[in-house]
Design a protein around this ligand. Structure first.
Ligand SMILES: Cc1ncc(COP(=O)(O)O)c(C=O)c1O
Length: 504
């Protein structure tokens, strides 16, 4: 019997148990005559007191749904006729029966769980992909909010057009210019975070059954969004030069995709950047096969070393690239401002969908970002956080190299937010996640970035959010968790035969 307890919920645990068993009885998963698990056993498996389960069973008895028999256990009653009579008109309906296919497909709790983990004081979080709060960035916004609220005409409290407030669109066009991309402000639409841009793209371009090409691994929210839209998702492997464009070429012949979704620079999760020749080849292929490319670029300005690579949009002479970016990684995720840059007709279509979703991005946030961009402090700010994040990346790499775990490999990222690690062969992914959580450290398991259960041998570690002091402590906890997990797992190869190979 699968019962999920939400310890953060305000609903008492015995009611959560009662409600879930009720739902199973009503939808036939627990037919009349079946036995509920013994109280002690269920209590053990859920990690709750026996009295909690006892109370839940008493409630079920009071509802006329189950009958505890001494010696036989608790039996599910034949409910259909009695239930309709005894059904309390104030009982809630079985809401899940009303859910659409799209919402059923969008039921992965990963993102929510990661946000909860990142906020827990006892956990060192390498899981959330968010900016640091302990360094200077908050400073950058000081005074701006007050200035906006005190505007004599309260502009920031009014509606803005769906495409975004014009002065911000101009400021973003200037920023794009610095990234090497020439677009006019009316080719920009301001989003409530760039994730919204992926969702709108799915609604604008994808009908159920259409093929979308993604990198393998790819950003988990994009996978969830395209799956929820009913797309057929085909993965192209990534190596240390980015997407394998040779493999893409074969796939483009076989499938006729509508869209290629790619993160060419400091990819989430692998941290790798696509080589320049591959970028050119990708554009050529998209043009030849008439496939649109969505270039998701949240991280390219967070560069630690190496030359800046041009964005696909900068290199695109054909008009096939839809460019997506965000202020979440440079400023703060809670500001929820991103943007899409594309030809006017596409911007118009995106605006039509966005209008249905939320009318426009939050006006105050748009003003904050506009003021900040126009304050002249942006470049300096990016330089400072990039330096801070480079230091943190190095602290994490040093901690991993200090008494390394045999068989663990990683890619040293030249920018961005993440370290992508390969676990020693045979490490059971799920046990490790539990062991790590018990030791107070979190990461994102590789399976989140693949479809169909692949990626179990990888994990993604974020180095921007935890403090400099917490990083070595968290890596120590992680190593302990890996060692403990491996000790409990029979190994194919002895430890000395597993090599230490940082791919640096
Ligand atoms: C590749 C990529 N795209 C989009 C997003 C979402 O960003 P936003 O906060 O702007 O919705 C993220 C956040 O982690 C990301 O890594």
């Amino acid at each position: 019997m699968h019962i999920k307890i939400d310890r953060n919920s305000r609903t008492p645990i015995y009611i959560q148990i009662r409600n879930q068993i009720r739902a199973m009885i009503f939808d036939g998963r627990l037919p009349p005559g079946s036995l509920l698990p013994p109280e002690r056993k269920l209590a053990e498996s859920l990690g709750v007191n026996r009295s909690t389960v006892l109370t839940a069973y008493r409630e079920l008895k009071a509802d006329g749904l189950a009958d505890p028999h001494v010696g036989r256990g608790t039996v599910v009653l034949s409910v259909m006729s009695e239930v309709s009579e005894s059904h309390n008109e104030f009982d809630p309906p079985l809401y899940s029966q009303f859910f659409s296919q799209i919402s059923e497909r969008a039921n992965d709790p990963l993102l929510r769980d990661l946000l909860v983990m990142a906020n827990r004081a006892d956990v060192i979080s390498f899981s959330a992909g968010i900016s640091a709060f302990e360094t200077d960035p908050v400073e950058a916004l000081h005074g701006i909010e007050e200035e906006i609220i005190n505007q004599p005409n309260h502009e920031a409290l009014k509606h803005t057009p769906t495409e975004g407030f014009w002065s911000l669109r101009e400021a973003i066009a200037d920023l794009m210019q610095k990234r090497g991309i020439s677009v006019s402000p009316d080719e920009i639409l301001v989003l409530s975070g760039s994730q919204q841009g992926i969702d709108i793209a799915a609604r604008v371009f994808i009908d159920p059954g259409d093929v979308v090409i993604v990198e393998e691994p790819s950003f988990f929210s994009a996978l969830q969004i395209f799956s929820a839209a009913g797309a057929r998702i085909i993965g192209v492997p990534v190596d240390d030069q980015g997407m394998r464009v040779d493999v893409l070429e074969q796939l483009l012949q076989r499938y006729r995709p509508k869209l290629i979704y790619t993160m060419p620079t400091y990819q989430n999760p692998s941290g790798v950047s696509m080589a320049l020749e591959r970028r050119r080849r990708l554009l050529e292929l998209a043009f030849r096969r008439k496939v649109l490319i969505m270039e998701d670029d949240p991280y390219s300005e967070i560069r630690f070393e190496g030359a800046r690579k041009p964005c696909l949009k900068e290199l695109d002479p054909y008009g096939y690239v839809i460019y997506l970016s965000t202020f979440s990684k440079i400023l703060f995720p809670g500001i929820r401002i991103g943007w899409v840059a594309a030809p006017r007709l596409i911007i118009h279509q995106f605006a039509m969908i966005k209008q249905l979703q939320d009318l426009h991005a939050n006006s105050i946030s748009q003003w904050i970002v506009e003021r900040f961009l126009r304050s002249g402090r942006y470049e300096d700010h990016v330089r400072r956080i990039s330096e801070e994040y480079r230091v943190k990346r190095d602290i994490m790499l040093d901690a991993l190299l200090d008494r390394p775990i045999p068989g663990m490999e990683w890619i040293k990222p030249a920018g961005g937010y993440y370290l992508w690690c390969k676990l020693p062969e045979g490490t059971p992914n799920m046990s490790l996640l539990v062991n790590a959580a018990e030791r107070g450290v979190s990461y994102v398991p590789g399976t989140a970035f693949y479809l169909g259960g692949k990626g179990g041998q990888y994990m993604r570690l974020n180095f921007t959010y935890p403090s400099r002091e917490d990083i070595p402590a968290g890596i120590e906890r992680l190593k302990e968790a890996i060692t403990a997990t491996l000790e409990k797992t029979p190994q194919k190869y002895p430890a000395e035969e597993r090599s230490i190979k940082p791919i640096v």
